[in-house]
Design a binder for this molecule. Structure first.
Ligand code: FAD
Length: 553
């Protein structure tokens, strides 16, 4: 951690150099000494220190400076660093001003010039105030700070992105956190506007995209090579497993993930049914371990980077990326999973991020401490979200269309929900309207069989109403079932015939699509099991077929 800062300000160059020299000699091993020749220059420095997250222990300012007096400077600096100690250097004639400043700006001390010898007249005073400062000092958070309105949808996405990529951050609410307004003012931006992201080095971005953030924190978004044996599209459990097995078995492997490694599994607070983790583990943990394992074994991971198209130039597959670049490969694995179905109700778009969330339970739960919230859906993901939210919210209502929870949820989750006092389950209900101004305030629900809508006051609703496969980027290249899931292996055969246009004398492999060398694994595959373990299994199996495909080239 960098040393706390002492800022000295004096317009007299000679005096300033002397103060600087004395301070450095006595305090330089524990504090960084910064000297400035005017109040305005010093304030610029102070704002930059604030953005960088540096701690300031002491301001030592001369009272008599043109433009901005010492007291004026200390008053302005106090707005930015209220806890830093304030000491004024005065001439005898300014004693009255200094005494007044003790009340007006809580001046900690004033020193009469000259202070020679410093051992007697300067250091004891400063040691005393610095000792006080140290006693109350809490080291500042050194990671990324996100400053926004609580209901900013983009800020919600940024926080979700940072959390899912295990990038530590602190969120500051512009309405309630004094630090937030100070940071916004230091960066010269309107705190009510786009989210402000301040990085550990003091630089900042206003309303950045995920890719902007990734570039700043040094994540890799460009492929190192033009050609790979295997390119994996999607970094959920199936893609990660394929990356681990592909790289460990000597294939030049590239995995491309558009949001954050871990996929859907990465968004869950607790996975109870994954083999080998009897106490359960969080999705974030699973993702972190898998990325570390894949990277250690030699797989290249690009994130965030989106694949927007693919063409076949036999025997190569050419993958197009959202930034306009492309990479080629011999084998391609489609592991793009599924995405949440969105609510088809008026105001759903407007309220997304302001009370309506798709799967974001782990990121947002703590904001709803002590409030009433709803979870819509009856599957395992809804059940996990309800149990997690119940740790924070005053009450959670689970809204299920089916006539029982057991019809769509694993028994262990049904048991957990029943054993949680602040969860109520409402079956046979549909959400028919969303109510609220700037943020969600209530939802209207109707019972199956009609009746007038009932108004349920909730501050947030977490929506888990099914999923749709992510396959747009494949165009018409591979065959899909009626719901859009990718067909592979035996599912491609119609009346015992090979898929039309299939060019090889062999059948498609179990996880191969109708295009030789393009494979598919996990939730995006037609008839897949939609579980983490099965996705991991399919990712690992796909690599075996990739080897067979490469052997035939
Ligand atoms: C909240 C929740 C809780 C769950 N809990 C459990 C559980 O406890 N146990 C269990 O067994 N299962 C659970 N599941 C299901 C499990 O998470 C999924 O079955 C599993 O994640 C599927 O893995 P996948 O790799 O096939 O796809 P996904 O996890 O969906 O990952 C696909 C990835 O591909 C990326 N992607 C998509 N399109 C592109 C593109 N064009 N370019 C680049 N990348 C792209 C996505 O961003 C995503 O990261 C849960 C699901 C949810 C939503």
């Amino acid at each position: 951690m960098e040393h706390p800062v002492i800022v000295a300000i004096d317009d007299d160059q000679q005096v300033l150099r002397a103060v600087e020299r004395d301070l450095r000699g006595r305090f330089g091993s524990s504090y960084r000494i910064v000297a400035a020749e005017s109040g305005t220059t010093a304030l610029d420095v102070v704002r930059r220190l604030k953005l960088r997250g540096s701690a300031v222990a002491l301001f030592l300012a001369d009272q008599r400076m043109p433009g901005m007096s010492g007291v004026e400077f200390l008053a302005a600096a106090r707005e930015i660093y209220p806890d830093a100690k304030r000491v004024l250097l005065t001439a005898y004639a300014d004693t009255e001003v200094a005494i007044t400043a003790i009340n007006t700006i809580q001046l900690d001390h004033y020193l009469l010039k000259p202070w020679d010898p410093p051992e007697d007249k300067l250091f004891p005073v400063l040691e005393d105030v610095l000792g006080d400062w140290q006693a109350g000092f809490l080291p500042a958070f050194e990671g990324i700070r996100v400053i926004s309105h609580r209901w900013s949808a983009r800020a919600h996405e940024i926080k979700d992105y940072l959390a899912r990529n295990q990038i530590p951050y602190r969120w500051l609410d512009v309405e309630t956190d004094a630090e937030a307004s100070v940071l916004a003012a230091s960066a010269g931006v309107d705190p009510a506007g786009e989210p402000l992201v301040v990085f550990g080095d003091g630089t900042h971005l206003v309303g950045p995209t995920n890719a902007d953030i990734a570039a700043r924190v040094g994540m890799r978004t460009h492929a190192a090579l033009p050609f790979y044996d295997l390119v994996i599209v999607g970094g959920g459990p199936s893609g990660l497993a394929a990356a681990v097995y592909g790289a460990s078995e000597g294939l030049k492997t590239l995995m491309i993930e558009r949001e954050a490694p871990g996929g859907q599994a990465g968004t869950t607070s607790r996975i109870d049914n994954y083999l080998g983790f009897p106490a359960g583990l969080s999705g974030a943990d699973l993702a972190r371990r898998a990325v570390a394992q894949a990277s250690r074994l030699g797989a290249e991971v690009l994130t965030p980077q989106e694949v927007v198209g693919v063409t076949v130039e036999d025997p190569y597959k050419v993958v197009r990326l959202a930034d306009g670049s492309q990479v080629s490969c011999h084998a391609l694995l489609v592991a793009t999973g599924v995405e949440y179905r969105k609510l088809d109700l008026p105001d759903a778009g407007r309220l997304t991020g302001s009370g309506i969330y798709y799967g974001g339970a782990t990121t947002e739960a703590s904001f709803y401490r002590g409030e009433r919230v709803a979870v819509q859906g009856g599957g395992n993901s809804a059940g996990q979200a309800a149990v997690y939210l119940a740790r924070f919210a005053e009450h959670v209502t689970v809204l299920v269309r089916a006539d029982s929870l057991a019809s769509g949820m694993s028994a262990y989750l049904v048991d957990q929900i029943e054993a949680t006092a602040n969860i109520t389950v409402r079956v046979n209900v549909s959400v028919v309207a969303l109510r609220g101004g700037e943020t969600l305030e209530a939802v209207d629900v109707t019972e199956k069989g009609g009746g007038s809508p009932e108004n349920l006051p909730v501050a947030a609703m977490f929506v888990f109403i099914g999923q749709a496969p992510r396959t747009d980027w494949l165009g018409d290249l591979v065959q899909r079932d009626d719901a859009g899931f990718v067909l592979t292996g035996p599912d491609l055969a119609r009346a015992g015939e090979r898929p039309s246009g299939w060019p090889l004398p062999r059948e498609p492999f179990l996880l191969e699509t109708n295009v030789p060398g393009i494979f598919c694994a996990g939730d995006v595959r037609s008839n897949s099991v939609k579980r983490i373990a099965s996705s991991v299994g399919e990712g690992a199996m796909a690599v075996r077929f990739v080897h067979q495909h490469l052997a035939d080239l």
